[in-house]
Design a protein around this ligand. Structure first.
Ligand SMILES: [Fe+2]
Length: 230
């Protein structure tokens, strides 16, 4: 058993060390990324709330590049490239998972709020699928934080993320930015008290040529990774 545990640990270390340094727990599993609500701005499921004009028309075709909706235009704001892996708690990559993201545009408006009128070149919503190694990527903008409902909701900068694995529940969470001052006033950010998880969810942008890059890995708990279900 010890040799099997050692082998598993070595495999996990080899697979995950470059992505999740120091994240292995004593039980040889990775801490799952916390579930966070999709919120009222998920464009595929308009809330129906009277103060939110529901948009049901999504950009076509759905792609992993949110920074262009037409050949002649580019989304306002700072463009970033997000890439990462989707895996289960053992570090096994989840291939063929559908990954969706959505966020406010550079003017702090969601697609469901104005139908994209305030920046018609920002798609507002994107979708892709993980490859055989569980990898995915998106090109999008770095959003700002926003206030809503007369300041009752004060959010830090975030990108909503949804992952669907066949045969499992849909999983939603958020990606944050490590250098964002509003993290300290955000109740969702502060709810994730584990510093390791905060580090994984709050990305550090690295300067690239033409576009800044972020790495955001997702670790799905069994009910979202399709395990334990028949
Ligand atoms: Fe949001």
């Amino acid at each position: 058993m010890n040799s099997r545990r050692t082998l598993l640990k070595n495999i996990l270390a080899a697979v995950t060390a470059p992505l999740l340094p120091g994240r292995l727990s004593a039980s040889d599993t990775l801490a799952p990324t916390p579930f966070l609500t999709a919120g009222p701005f998920y464009p595929r499921d308009p809330s129906g709330l009277p103060f939110l004009p529901a948009r049901t028309t999504l950009p076509e075709p759905l792609t992993n590049d949110l920074t262009r909706t037409r050949p002649e235009g580019r989304a306002e704001g700072r463009h970033i490239l997000i890439s990462g892996r989707v895996m289960d708690v053992t570090g096994r990559p989840l291939a063929g998972a559908v990954v969706e993201i959505w966020s406010v545009n550079a003017r702090n408006i969601y697609l469901v709020e104005d139908g994209g009128a305030s920046d018609p070149d920002f798609a507002g919503f994107g979708m892709t699928e993980t490859d055989g190694e569980g990898r995915y990527s998106f090109k999008t903008i770095r959003p700002n934080g926003y206030d809503r409902y007369l300041g009752l909701i004060r959010r830090t900068a975030h990108i909503h993320v949804l992952v669907k694995v066949a045969g499992a529940e849909a999983f939603t969470t958020e990606m944050w930015f490590a250098d964002e001052p509003r993290n300290s006033i955000d109740s969702f950010f502060q709810r994730v008290s584990d510093p390791g998880l905060q580090d994984r969810m709050a990305v550090i942008l690295s300067r690239g040529e033409g576009v800044d890059r972020a790495q955001f890995d997702l670790v799905l708990a069994p009910q979202y990774a399709g395990r334990g279900r028949s």
